[in-house]
Design a protein around this ligand. Structure first.
Ligand code: B1M
Length: 212
């Protein structure tokens, strides 16, 4: 039994095996971040490369994502364990037109684990939905995820709308962005307050809004 078996089970689209193997590694005391990174996230890069090469297609990408999600469900309690009073509230979502949610879910789990209250709006979320939820939940941060290159203009549009609402609609939130096509320069150019390269970096950025 090894983390490599989880990797292989994701590539075989074996949801139930992934869940069982993740539980077995937890029981064996394997480092949670190794289970996450080497067992669950790494095979998706492999899947992405095969998709780009035209050797597998959307249904297989979806089955792999579902297998990863089954493993994440098992890891969830370990990633979100916290007994502390919430540091602040984050409204999180994947931008309009984009249906990818695994990276966003990971960002949400680690934020929760770091003591934030997370309102997850899911995928395909428009700027006005982010604003309404931030107002309703008295949020401190809005966090936007996007995986497609075509999501970048939508992310820019959402950030502009949110920053405008900060000035004109009595909203007071910081805006954070992330996802593979996004980088620091782009984030600053579109007026975001922070960019997170990965989920741990997103937590650091979110914390920095409170610690200065
Ligand atoms: Co899609 N897909 N997909 N896909 N998919 C990619 C992203 C792609 C790179 C594959 C490829 O071509 N090699 C490619 C995008 C190309 C591009 O635009 N540059 C692609 C494509 C083209 C598409 C479709 C257009 C395919 C089609 O229909 N022809 C379609 C689009 C649908 C849509 O969104 N409208 C599509 C669909 C799908 C599925 C639905 C089948 C499925 C998603 C299922 C799901 O999410 N529930 C899927 C999958 C699984 C992938 C890959 C294989 C895996 C994505 C993933 O979950 N990675 C992906 C290829 C790849 O990544 N190698 C691919 C793991 C995840 C942990 O990483 O999300 O990057 P990631 O999150 C990271 C960081 O980016 C960061 O933290 C996380 C880790 O710590 N992060 C943040 C993310 N959000 C953040 C926010 C932050 C901070 C950090 O602050 C707010």
């Amino acid at each position: 039994m090894a983390v490599r078996d989880i990797f292989d089970a994701v590539l075989d689209y074996e949801e139930d095996d992934v869940a069982e193997l993740v539980q077995a590694e937890i029981d064996a005391g394997t480092d949670v971040h190794s289970i996450l990174q080497d067992g669950l996230v790494a095979p998706l890069d492999d899947i992405g490369e095969r998709f780009s090469a035209g050797t597998l297609f959307v249904p297989e990408m979806l089955m792999a994502a579902e297998a990863v999600q089954a493993g994440l469900d098992i890891l969830r309690p370990l990633l979100t364990e916290t007994g502390v009073k919430p540091i602040g509230t984050v409204v999180l979502g994947t931008v309009k037109g984009d249906l990818h949610d695994i990276g966003k879910n990971l960002v949400g789990l680690l934020l929760e684990g770091a003591g934030f209250r997370v309102i997850d709006l899911g995928t395909d979320v428009g700027a006005e939905q982010f604003i309404a939820s931030a107002q309703e939940n008295d949020a401190d941060i809005i966090a936007l995820s996007g995986l497609l290159t075509t999501s970048m203009p939508e992310m820019a549009n959402a950030v502009a709308t949110l920053q405008d609402a900060n000035k004109t609609r009595n909203l007071n939130v910081k805006v954070m962005v992330g996802g593979p096509p996004v980088h620091h320069e782009f984030a600053m150019k579109i007026g975001a307050d922070a960019y997170g390269m990965d989920a741990p970096a997103a937590v650091e950025r979110a914390r920095s809004f409170f610690t200065g």
